[in-house]
Design a protein around this ligand. Structure first.
Ligand SMILES: Cc1cc2nc3c(=O)[nH]c(=O)nc-3n(C[C@H](O)[C@H](O)[C@H](O)COP(=O)(O)OP(=O)(O)OC[C@H]3O[C@@H](n4cnc5c(N)ncnc54)[C@H](O)[C@@H]3O)c2cc1C
Length: 385
């Protein structure tokens, strides 16, 4: 027997970090929200497979603002909402090659102008935080408020707070059809249910392009696999904060008494694939040992390794705001490896877009979908973490 349609002001598709934060901010603004998710619970997409690291150390004003405001939300989460989302200011150390040092100094000046705590370190001081071989480095920077947050606790907390404000959650319901109505509203088929919303928020992560296509819209987001490798527990003599060798792109940090490490594979094929890339681990180890020679002595634990997918756009920046082709369709997707660290602020921007009709609290022009219509929106070819 057919069930009655579920009616809402906003249908949010996706229960990852971005969808859950959006659902909370929309429900807090007094809107009726339905969040629909294909998996059986929150954070089962990219969010739950992330490296969980957050940093205010960016080189452009918008990313600095989105990350730094979000870090402050994470820092104050327990105080503001009474829920611990696992924020640990374990720090972020960037080891910067000589040829990139001048640019890094300019980035730090910008970060300071936005209030981000970042310190310039000489190599001897940095070496006492994480030991490394110094060849070719110009200096290091340290973000003491950067660190980690728990992705599962974060998504669950936002959803709990959204539900406390009347939001409905629908798990194990994959959206398979979307109809745009003449009045701008959306009729959404998800499993056995029909949902109706005046607005739809596309927070479908790496599936955002496919979701948009159901409504005849074009959103350039695809999956791209990323691997996290792990040493055995117990072998690490001391904790290692998130440390990135900027030149090689290798990153390491400890989780408990394991070391986790990785590096993006430049020739990674697009597509949803969460199997671990074992041959690539050999390359990452080789690059990693060149900078962190002690890594060679740590026994690996294949059972502790995992892979997930980044939700990437052609320029590796997110897409936030109303779709120019359908103003009641709001994209919040494509964060290309930094969605967790910006989720608190992105959810707020989504609510701003829907409640006020535009994003005014920050200049989000660089996140508009229509930037890809211009000539310089070619695929990003630089190093990505
Ligand atoms: C290995 C790895 C390391 C990372 N490290 C970091 C890091 O250190 N810091 C950081 O900030 N970010 C990191 N990221 C990226 C981060 O995980 C993502 O940017 C972020 O989780 C994106 O959140 P999201 O909510 O947009 O997507 P997701 O978490 O993927 O959520 C999207 C949800 O939409 C649902 N969905 C999709 N299509 C449909 C449909 N048709 N119907 C219903 N539901 C649907 C999916 O099931 C999914 O649950 C990492 C990612 C990986 C894989």
């Amino acid at each position: 027997m057919p069930t009655e349609p579920l009616i809402a002001d906003v249908v949010v598709v996706g229960a990852g970090a971005i969808g859950s934060s959006s659902a909370f901010h929309l429900a807090r603004a007094g809107l009726r929200v339905i969040m629909v998710e294909a998996f059986g619970g929150p954070a089962e997409g990219s969010t739950g497979r992330s490296f969980a690291s957050i940093r205010g150390q960016w080189a452009d004003p918008l990313n600095i603002e989105l990350s730094w405001r979000s870090i402050q939300r994470y820092r104050d989460f327990a105080q503001d909402h009474g829920i611990d989302v696992g924020y640990r200011p374990s720090g972020y150390l960037l080891l910067v090659p000589e040829e990139a040092w001048a640019d890094q100094l300019a980035a730090v000046t910008l970060q300071h102008a936005h209030g981000v705590p970042v310190e310039l370190l000489d190599l001897a001081t940095a070496n006492r935080i994480t030991p490394f071989a110094e060849a070719g480095l110009g200096g290091a920077t340290w973000g003491p408020a950067d660190g980690v947050v728990d992705p599962h606790l974060t998504a669950s907390a936002f959803i709990r707070m959204a539900r406390d404000r009347g939001a409905t959650t629908l798990y194990r319901h994959r959206v398979t059809a979307i109809e745009g109505e003449a009045d701008g509203s959306w009729t959404v088929t998800a499993g056995t249910r029909t949902l109706r919303g005046q607005y739809l928020v596309n927070a479908a992560g790496g599936w955002s392009g496919e979701l948009a296509a159901l409504a005849g819209l074009a959103v350039p987001v695809v999956h791209s696999r990323r691997n996290v490798y792990a040493t055995a527990a117990g072998a690490l003599p001391a904790p290692v904060p998130m440390t990135i060798d900027v030149g090689s792109g290798v990153f390491v940090r400890s989780e408990g008494s394991r070391l986790l490490f990785g590096r993006a594979r430049p020739d990674q094929a697009d597509g949803y694939d969460t199997s671990v890339d074992w041959p690539w681990m050999e390359t990452v180890l080789e690059l990693g040992v060149a900078r962190f020679p002690w890594l060679a002595d740590l026994p690996l634990d294949r059972g502790g390794c995992w892979a997930g997918t980044y939700e990437i756009t052609p320029d590796h920046h997110g897409i936030v705001g109303a779709d120019p082709a359908a103003p009641s369709w709001v994209n919040a997707c494509g964060f290309s490896g930094h969605g967790l660290m910006q989720a608190p602020e992105v959810g707020r921007l989504v609510a701003e877009q829907i409640v006020e009709g535009e994003i005014t609290s920050v200049d989000a022009t660089a996140l508009r979908l229509d930037r890809f219509a211009t000539a310089d929106a070619s695929r990003h070819v630089g190093l990505v973490f």
